[in-house]
Ligand binder design. Structure first.
Ligand SMILES: *[C@@H]1O[C@H](CO)[C@@H](O)[C@H](O)[C@H]1NC(C)=O
Ligand SMILES: *[C@@H]1O[C@H](CO)[C@@H](O)[C@H](O)[C@H]1NC(C)=O
Ligand SMILES: *[C@@H]1O[C@H](CO)[C@@H](O)[C@H](O)[C@H]1NC(C)=O
Length: 275
């Protein structure tokens, strides 16, 4: 009996110290762990998320959770592209203060785009999912954000006037949704925007707010934009604007993405084959 107790106490001591040591060595910032565990629940705890768990003392950085990378004790990237994920993103991603890269593209994630996303992020790719926002798209400022891709979802609201909060945005893709309304005036503040993709939506109104942006690529075809076509747009090297309702007072060239009216004539919708 004494011998049995001895061994039980040895084993118990070992187990308790293993737990204590594990907790003491847990690398990951507890607030980042809480956000990932909330995300795991919101995505319905799928088996594809290898290593993810809801245990107390969980350590995503130490335990190499699928798609997670860290720097020190902070989670800096979440890359979960094409993993057949369902569910939604939960409401806590905005608490991942050190996250730089968020890619959950090519899944089946639904619900609204959370207005609060990680504040320090540089890349966000939520494209090719089932996000189905129907109201105004509001995003809190993300001052380091450079790449935003929300294309190929089911977004159907209007854009909030939020674009003064993205001074470093270089590339934005909102294409292939059902977004409506005019472009908000704060687009003018996107002073670093080089590539903009808004094609295949239901946007309306003029595009004057784009005239002074440093764009190299502008794809706005298949919308309901209207008004006088700003001449600056014709200097953008990679531009596609057919199938809209523009006017042009000055262009005479002809072609799929070159306006062909003179003298303020209404040019109607230029529909190209294959669209
Ligand atoms: C956010 O990014 C800035 C600039 O890269 C950095 O100085 C700051 O420490 C970051 N904040 C966090 C919480 O990582
Ligand atoms: C955005 O995502 C879509 C679908 O994943 C992709 O086809 C497109 O090239 C991306 N846009 C940019 C600008 O990278
Ligand atoms: C978006 O999808 C969720 C889940 O399928 C559903 O509950 C919600 O009603 C949908 N919202 C819209 C606006 O379609």
């Amino acid at each position: 009996m004494a011998k049995l107790c001895f061994w039980i106490s040895i084993i118990a001591t070992y187990l308790i110290s293993a737990v204590l040591i594990h907790q003491a060595c847990a690398l990951t910032d507890p607030s980042d762990v809480a956000v990932l565990q909330d995300l795991y629940k919101s995505l319905n705890q799928p088996p594809q998320l290898v290593g993810w768990n809801l245990m107390g003392g969980a350590d995503p950085c130490g335990e190499s959770w699928e798609g997670i990378s860290c720097s020190g004790s902070s989670v800096i990237s979440i890359r979960l592209k094409g993993l057949e994920l369902h569910g939604n993103l939960g409401g806590n991603l905005g608490n991942l203060l050190s996250l730089k890269h968020l890619d959950v593209s090519h899944n089946h994630i639904e619900g609204e785009i959370p207005s609060s996303l990680p504040p320090n992020v540089t890349h966000i790719d939520l494209s090719s999912n089932n996000f189905n926002q129907s109201t105004i798209l509001l995003l809190e400022p993300m001052r380091y954000l450079e790449h935003l891709n929300l294309s190929r979802n089911s977004l159907s609201g209007t854009l909030g006037n939020v674009f003064s909060g993205f001074p470093n945005l270089k590339q934005m893709d909102l294409s292939s949704n059902s977004l409506t309304g005019d472009l908000p005036s704060s687009f003018e503040n996107l002073k670093n925007l080089h590539e903009l993709f808004l094609h295949r939506n239901w946007f309306t109104g003029p595009i004057d707010v784009l005239a002074h942006l440093p764009l190299h690529v502008l794809h706005i075809h298949l919308n309901f934009f209207s008004g006088v076509f700003p001449h600056q747009i014709d200097d953008i090297p990679d531009r596609r604007f057919h199938a809209n309702n523009f006017y042009s007072p000055y262009l005479t060239r002809m072609g799929r993405d070159t306006l062909f009216t003179i003298d303020h004539q209404y040019i109607g919708r230029i529909l190209a084959q294959g669209d």
